[in-house]
Design a protein around this ligand. Structure first.
Ligand code: F6P
Length: 383
């Protein structure tokens, strides 16, 4: 793994002490519009895939850092649809005022895959050139950054910023939105305890997380769920039912079970909303909570309800952690572009911002490891 500290310029490319960078500061081609705004470079930015709290904080930081270095920012709207169809608008510091704590993404998003569109990559290259974009920052998860990595291989100067509430990107310990999503899910699980206890019920809480159980694991443990079921480890329905029965027999007459939407019972498969696939080949998951609640009620005789948190975890205000880290990563992405460190993603490791190869981030899904899975088993059934 190669990495370098963000903020330090690439070899031999010293950042100017202040004011606008000189031409020698850039490895990337100066776009036709260079000189507009006094000699800076136009940086394109887009957000793709599912929205996540903290995206606007990252966009704000990109605009503010770019402006302080004398560059312009062109915001592409609706994910990859933006550069594909030329949907864009300039973003100046005044346009991002108040964006720090706003949920969602002011640039809008979509799950468009340009590699599934005829001449998609060529159209993007042509639109970027026509707009005078000299660097493209993509903020997203495995799909959005996967496209960015492929475009980078084709010669587009790109920098990635990690975002996903699923936290399943490799090469970084932090992704924008995860902290807020876990905070919301934890509070929801907290609330389920009191109502489950009052009614002497079991409640199954279905949490987002397609291929990796990070959000369910973190909120399940932090929220004191009595079982934490994740995609990494198929679960045994009889074991979960036995845990509920044990609790009721011991006089603890309630149970809360956290289950990831992508978790599957042993010998079974994930529960799908429908069979349709999105542009990246993903099926829409959902329904395991309802299925499990019915199975548990049948096996235990305990009244069992289910709740699907769904998109609630992605909405609303970002936490302080997401605001802060999104700001750090957004600024670092501009620094990477400024230094000519293309084909990289800015990442957090040991609370330091580093640059990692984009390919490393998207090459392999980051899933829960054994010690974390063991921790979830340790607290099973306990208060
Ligand atoms: O990838 C993030 C995520 O929130 C997954 O956890 C979930 O499966 C998916 O997006 C939902 O996608 P959509 O917003 O398209 O319904």
């Amino acid at each position: 793994m190669s990495e370098s500290r963000s903020g330090s310029a690439g070899a031999g490319l010293a950042l100017p002490a202040r004011g606008r960078p000189g031409p020698e500061s850039f490895k990337w081609p100066r776009p036709p519009t260079a000189g507009v705004g006094g000699g800076g470079v136009r940086i394109g930015v887009l957000t793709g895939g599912g929205d996540a709290p903290g995206l606007n904080a990252a966009i704000r930081a990109i605009v503010l850092r770019a402006s302080s270095l004398g560059h312009e920012v062109l915001g592409y709207e609706e994910g990859w649809k933006g550069p594909l169809e030329g949907l864009s608008r300039p973003l100046a510091p005044a346009d991002v005022e108040g964006a720090l704590d706003e949920g969602g993404t002011l640039l809008l998003t979509s799950r468009t895959n340009p590699f599934k569109v005829e001449s998609g990559p060529a159209r993007i290259a042509a639109n970027l050139a026509a707009a005078g974009v000299g660097a493209l920052i993509g903020i997203g998860g495995e799909d959005t950054l996967g496209v960015l990595a492929k475009l980078s291989d084709l010669g587009t100067p790109t920098v990635g910023v990690p975002k996903t509430v699923d936290a399943d990107l490799s090469a970084t310990e932090y992704t924008i939105g995860f902290n807020t999503a876990v905070t919301v899910a934890t509070e929801s699980i907290d609330r389920l305890h009191t109502t489950a206890r009052s009614h002497q019920r079991a409640i199954v809480c279905e949490v987002m997380g397609r291929h990796a159980g990070w959000m369910t694991w973190a909120s399940g443990i932090a929220g004191g769920a009595h079982a934490v079921l994740v995609p990494e480890e198929p679960f045994d329905v009889d074991e979960v039912a036995a845990m509920v029965k044990r609790r009721f027999a011991a006089g603890k007459r309630w149970a809360v079970i956290a289950v990831a939407e992508g978790a599957a019972p042993q010998g079974g498969a994930e529960v799908l909303q429908h069979g349709a696939k999105d542009a990246f080949g993903h099926v829409a998951l959902g329904g395991v909570g309802a299925w499990l609640a019915a199975e548990l009620e049948k096996r235990t005789g305990v009244t069992t309800r289910h709740v699907v948190l769904g998109h609630v975890v992605r909405g609303g205000l970002p936490t302080a952690v997401d605001r802060l880290n999104a700001t750090r990563l957004g600024a670092a992405a501009v620094d990477a572009a400024h230094a000519g460190a293309f084909g990289t993603m800015v990442a957090l490791r040991c609370d330091e911002v580093v640059r990692v190869p984009l390919q490393e981030a998207v090459g392999k899904l980051r899933t829960l490891d054994k010690p974390r899975l063991e921790l979830a088993r340790m607290v099973e059934g306990l208060d």
